[in-house]
Ligand binder design. Structure first.
Ligand SMILES: NC(=O)CC[C@H](N)C(=O)O
Length: 381
């Protein structure tokens, strides 16, 4: 494979410019520039719908070594709006590979840039916070620098952005339960990852994946043993309709588990606020404390927002759902990483127990969910 040498530039909204080479599709793309620290798992990152609207900078310097395959994607396509790497691999070297990352980015129209000092970009974002940015290549690389900056600054801010409609399934579908069947699980697809669905089906749930427009009546018509809200892109503060849906689900005594965006929506449903982190957590090496067991897990993350809640004591839901506690905390920065309601069967985590890509330390949460649902089923008989 030859590595392209035609010019491209990454422009940040503060005016910083990083010159590099075109990678993937040529053209221009805009988005929020964020960095991801995983040393492995670029396919899982690229296909995670939560990255919609974001230009992802990989801090691992060498990307593309293992090419691409059909087994690792977390959804049907690449969702990042742009991709920034330092040193793309010149060869594809893996027995599972059936193509190169560069080609796949081109095929899917994803504008990337290589030859970038990704450490410098990361330090800039870490110091100044996530910013809007743009990648310009092909003819757009030749645009006037002022024009490029104007375009970047005309891009949408992530704060206030609702992206659920862009990533959610249009039609509902079902994944059959494996083993002993527990019952129907209503899954709100806000950008769900395939691994999550597989883990849920493997725990005995008949997984009904529902579009983000689903109504409470439609959810209840499934006679669900539980409900699940997925990860997803955008600002949880802009998802009022999903907060209301969740409140309806909780009021109907349906047990609930949420991941990432789903955790933020549980936070809001219980009456807490959400806020934007300076540069977020994205990677597969984030230490999280499970306060119930005292165990520390190394976990997979991808979030730029978080739930605002006191860590110290037992809290009271301002929306009438009783007592709540912060169940998990990030040990790097004390950000809330999980919530548990004490008076209703509901909990959620801000990180990714499906671990794609990433360590499997937190897989137990799917068991905890199954156990909670089975206990609730028994109690309500
Ligand atoms: N992975 C996710 O679900 C991300 C949730 C939300 N979009 C955030 O950035 O915080």
């Amino acid at each position: 494979m030859t590595v392209a040498t035609d010019p491209a530039v990454l422009v940040l909204e503060d005016g910083t410019r990083f010159a590099g080479h075109a990678y993937g599709a040529r053209g221009r793309t805009l988005g929020e520039v964020v960095f991801a620290t995983g040393m492995t798992g670029y396919q899982e990152t690229l296909t995670d719908p939560s990255y919609a609207g974001q230009i992802v900078v990989m801090t691992a310097p060498h990307i593309g070594n293992t090419g691409v395959n059909d087994e690792d994607p977390e959804s049907s396509r690449i969702w990042v709006s742009g991709y920034v790497v330092r040193d793309p691999s010149r060869i594809v070297s893996n027995y599972r590979a059936d193509g190169s990352l560069d080609d796949q980015l081109s095929e899917q129209g994803i504008v990337g840039i290589s030859g970038i000092d990704t450490r410098a970009v990361t330090r800039r974002i870490r110091d100044a916070g996530a910013m809007r940015g743009g990648v310009f290549s092909g003819e757009d690389a030749g645009l006037d620098a002022d024009e490029q900056l104007r375009l970047v600054r005309s891009g949408e801010e992530m704060t206030g952005r609702n992206l659920s409609a862009e990533v959610s399934t249009r039609d509902g579908y079902v994944i059959a339960a494996e083993g002993e069947r527990i019952g129907n699980l209503a899954v709100l697809d806000l950008g769900v990852k395939t691994s999550t669905l597989n883990y849920l089906a493997a725990r005995g749930f008949e997984v009904h994946v529902l579009p983000q427009t689903v109504t409470l009546d439609e959810v209840l018509a499934l006679d669900p043993v539980a409900a699940f809200f997925s990860n997803g892109p955008g600002d949880p503060g802009a998802s009022d309709q999903h907060v209301e849906l969740l409140q309806g689900i909780l009021r109907n005594d349906v047990p609930f588990f949420g991941i990432c965006f789903g955790n933020q929506l549980l936070g809001r449903a219980l009456g807490f606020g959400t806020y934007k982190l300076p540069f977020g957590h994205r990677g597969i090496n984030q230490p999280v404390l499970d306060r119930e067991t005292g165990r520390i897990e190394v976990t997979s993350h991808n979030h730029g927002f978080a739930v605002q809640a006191e860590l110290g004591e037992i809290l009271e839901s301002a929306t009438g759902f009783g007592r709540v506690e912060v169940s998990h905390v990030n040990l790097n920065d004390n950000v809330v990483e999980g919530l548990r309601a004490l008076d209703i069967p509901a909990f959620s985590v801000q990180y990714h127990p499906e671990a794609a890509a990433g360590p499997h330390d937190s897989n137990y949460l799917f068991d905890r969910f199954r156990d909670m649902v089975l206990a609730h089923k028994k109690d309500s008989k």
